[in-house]
Each structure stands twice: as C-alpha cells, then as structure tokens.
Design a protein around this ligand. Structure first.
Ligand code: NAD
Ligand code: MG
Length: 394
C-alpha cells in the first residue's frame, strides 16, 4: 500500500485519540500531516511531540500561542488557528486522507473542504451529513472523493455490502439495513425517572467510552436517529428501508438484509479502533490493537424492538427524514442546542426531546441544495432553539 498522508480533524477527541493509536502501530503506512484540537492545548502538544505533524490547528489565537510556547522554537510543527486553517489542512495537496472527527456542525466546513479536494474522507462527524446531506454527497461525487464511514454501524454495513456498491443499494438486492443500538444507559430506566437524569448519568455509557455530546445523544437515542439519517445519505435508502434494533451487548454492529433472505453482519468487540483501522487501510486489513471476539465468554446475544415512547428523539429523527429537505438540518441544530443546555444543567433530560419537537413543529420544510442555505437554516434553527430553551428553563 502507498503511504497515506493524514490530516486528523478533532485529534484530541475520543475518535482522534483512537485514530492515532492505530496510526502509531503502522509508522511505515501512515504519515501525520496535520492535527487539530479545539481547546485541549496540553493533549495536542503531546500528540505533536509524538507524531511531529507539519501543522497543528487550535480554535483561537490564545490557545495557538500557548501551544507554540509548549512546543518551543525548535518544533517542526507550525501552529495555526481558526476555521479557515481547518479547511486549509483538510484540503492541502500533500494530504491523501482526512479523518473528520470534529463533533457537531463545527465539523461541516472542514469535512466538506476535504471532500471538495477529492480526498479519502473518513467520516466520524455524522452531524455534517445529517445537516447537509445533499450538499455533502453531491460534493463527494463531483470531486470524485472517497467517503468511508467510521461510525461503527455504517462501517459494519459498508463491510457487509458488495464491493463497489457506489452509495446506492437499489441494484444490489438489498431489502433493508438494520442498525443495531445498545439502548444506552437509560434502556431500562423507568420512563417517569428519565426527567431527573443528570449529565453524569447520561454520559456513563454501558459499552462505549465517547465524547460528551455523543454520549448524551446515545442516552436519548438521538444518536441512533442521526445515524438513521446518516445511513440514508451514505447508502441511498429511504426511511422505510432502515430499521433499528436494540442489541444491548454491542457485538453485532449492524446488518444488511438481502432479497434472498440472507442477512450479513459485522461483529466485533465494541472498540472504535476496528472501524477506524478498516477505513484507514481499506481495502486492505491491518492490526487495530483490538482483540478477537470471544463468543464463548459472551455466551448470549439479545435483541428487542426500540421503544419510541421512551425515546421520542428516535421518532423525531425518523419524522425529519421522512419530511426531507431542511427538516434534518433543523433537527440537528435544535439537538445541539438542547444537549449543550442539558450538559450545562439548564435543561432537564426529557426537555431535550421537547425542545427538538417544538423547533421542528414550527419549521416549514424547504429543499436545501446549496451550502449557504444550509448554514442559514442551521443558524435560524439555533436561534429559535435558544429562545425555546430559555422559556423551558424558567
Ligand atoms: P469528542 O468530544 O471526544 O472530540 C471532539 C473533537 O472535536 C475534539 O478534538 C475537539 O477539540 C474538537 N472540537 C470540538 N468543538 C470544536 C469546534 N467548535 N471547532 C473545531 N473543533 C472542535 O467527540 P468524539 O466522541 O470523538 O466524537 C467526534 C465525532 O465522531 C462526533 O461527530 C461523533 O458523533 C462521532 N462518533 C464518535 C464515536 C465515539 O465512539 N466517540 C463513535 C461514532 C461516531
Ligand atoms: Mg454509531
């Protein structure tokens, strides 16, 4: 395999750290060109010392100055800051591969910049695809970029599809896809107790260690909802052909149900280094540091249908997908505001769904084929969500 030159956007986060763990196992195959972290200066400094990237990018000038001071004048790493610098390191001509692992809408511009530059885009930043699905997929196609899913469910489906399916499954004999979900920390919490759940309880996921935003999304099952929308864009399927199945052990990462009754699945220990290594090396296979599954130890796998009353966020995401156009943009924006307010203890857990539902109910769906329209819709939905959050708080 030819050496890949990497930009890792969101290097200091959970996915970023797992990516560098895999990269460090294969120094002959990967070279790190740029790393970004928003405000975690110390962690980014350690990563820069270890991987000696050409560029490091932080959110603001003050953090960039701190990083320069920590690295010292001898460092080979040039320190930049701000959103334009993220776009620049994502699209730089030296780069072959971009790991898009910034959380939330903040990752849209740089993920798109990588796609526009025709890179191999390893997409963890699902919010980018949810808020700007059509623009994103059109950009990937027009630029001839390669889009490889990092989200474990989508990576599992990708692995269970015929090679070269070209992001549209109509001709591959696929009946439907089934996204598995652990059900999160509140799968068995009595519904009347959900309102009182704290950020700390929401972030204590039974199987995965992740960033705080996706942890809250997993607790509300909005994460699965975002993943249903993500899958519809990645694989060209409508809502009626995407099912969700609760599977608390998180061993089967998702499945493809074919016309002949065959169901193909990808299994593995719940460790993001597996999908990351798969996408990094695709179509080859490399060691990820993850042990083989020990099915005798696991013994049993269990399944149940999701409870849409307990998890209204999943219902809202399906509704947004069916409504099409700007509805998913609005769903994502309202959810980001709601999760931020919940983490700051300004909203109760059950108010996340209430807030998203109210913003969606007030929205008139439009078709969004231009980036500017997406950004404008996102900004309007955030403004409205903040106003509604404020009224719910008091
Ligand atoms: P995280 O919170 O651990 O890390 C987020 C990264 O983004 C950090 O490097 C942070 O510095 C950076 N960042 C945050 N705000 C930023 C901003 N405004 N501008 C620029 N950079 C910013 O999150 P994570 O768990 O690593 O998740 C990253 C993405 O991957 C999310 O979209 C998430 O949904 C997706 N994902 C994560 C997992 C997982 O296991 N953690 C699994 C599947 C998908
Ligand atoms: Mg996932």
């Amino acid at each position: 395999m030819q050496k890949q030159v990497l930009t890792i956007l969101g290097a200091t986060g959970s996915i970023g750290v797992s990516t560098l763990d895999v990269v460090a196992r294969h120094p002959e195959q990967f070279e790190v060109f740029a790393l970004s972290g928003h405000a975690q200066v110390e962690r980014l400094a350690e990563q820069c010392r270890r991987f000696t990237p050409r560029f490091a990018v932080l959110g603001a000038a003050a953090e960039a100055a701190q990083l320069r001071a920590l690295l010292g004048p001898q460092s080979v790493t040039e320190v930049l800051h701000g959103a334009a610098a993220l776009d620049q390191v994502a699209a730089a001509p030296e780069v072959t591969t971009v790991m898009a692992a910034i959380v939330g809408a903040a990752g849209l511009s740089s993920s798109l910049a990588a796609a526009r530059a025709g890179k191999r885009v390893l997409l963890a930043n699902k919010e980018a695809l949810v808020m700007a699905g059509e623009v994103f997929i059109d950009t990937v196609r027009a630029a001839g970029a390669t889009l490889l899913p990092i989200d474990s469910e989508h990576n599992a489906i990708f692995q269970s599809l015929p090679r070269g399916f070209d992001y549209g499954l109509r001709h591959c004999g696929v009946r439907r896809i089934v996204l598995t979900a652990s059900g999160g920390p509140f799968r068995q919490t009595p519904p009347e107790a959900l309102a009182a759940m704290t950020p700390q309880q929401a972030c204590a996921h039974p199987n995965w260690v992740m960033g705080r935003k996706i942890s809250v999304d997993s607790a509300s099952m909005m994460n699965k909802g975002l993943e249903v929308i993500e899958a519809s864009w990645l694989f060209g399927l409508d809502a009626s052909r995407i099912d969700v199945l609760i599977h608390p052990e998180s061993v089967i990462h998702s499945m493809v149900d074919y016309d002949d009754g065959s169901m193909l699945a990808q299994l593995g220990n719940p460790d993001m280094r597996t999908p990351i290594a798969h996408a990094l090396a695709y179509p080859a296979r490399i060691d990820s540091g993850v042990a083989s599954l020990d099915l005798t130890r696991i013994g049993k796998l269990s399944f149940e249908a999701p409870d849409l009353q307990r998890f209204p966020c999943l219902r809202l995401a399906y509704e947004a997908l069916r409504a099409g156009g700007s509805a998913a943009t609005v769903l994502n924006a309202a959810n980001e505001i709601a999760v931020e307010a919940f983490l700051a203890e300004r909203l109760r857990f059950d108010q996340i769904a209430q807030l998203v539902e109210r913003v969606l109910a007030n929205h008139r769906v439009e078709h969004l084929s231009e980036l500017e329209a997406v950004i404008e819709t996102d900004a309007r939905a955030r403004l409205e969500a903040r106003q509604i959050a404020h009224s719910l708080e008091s």
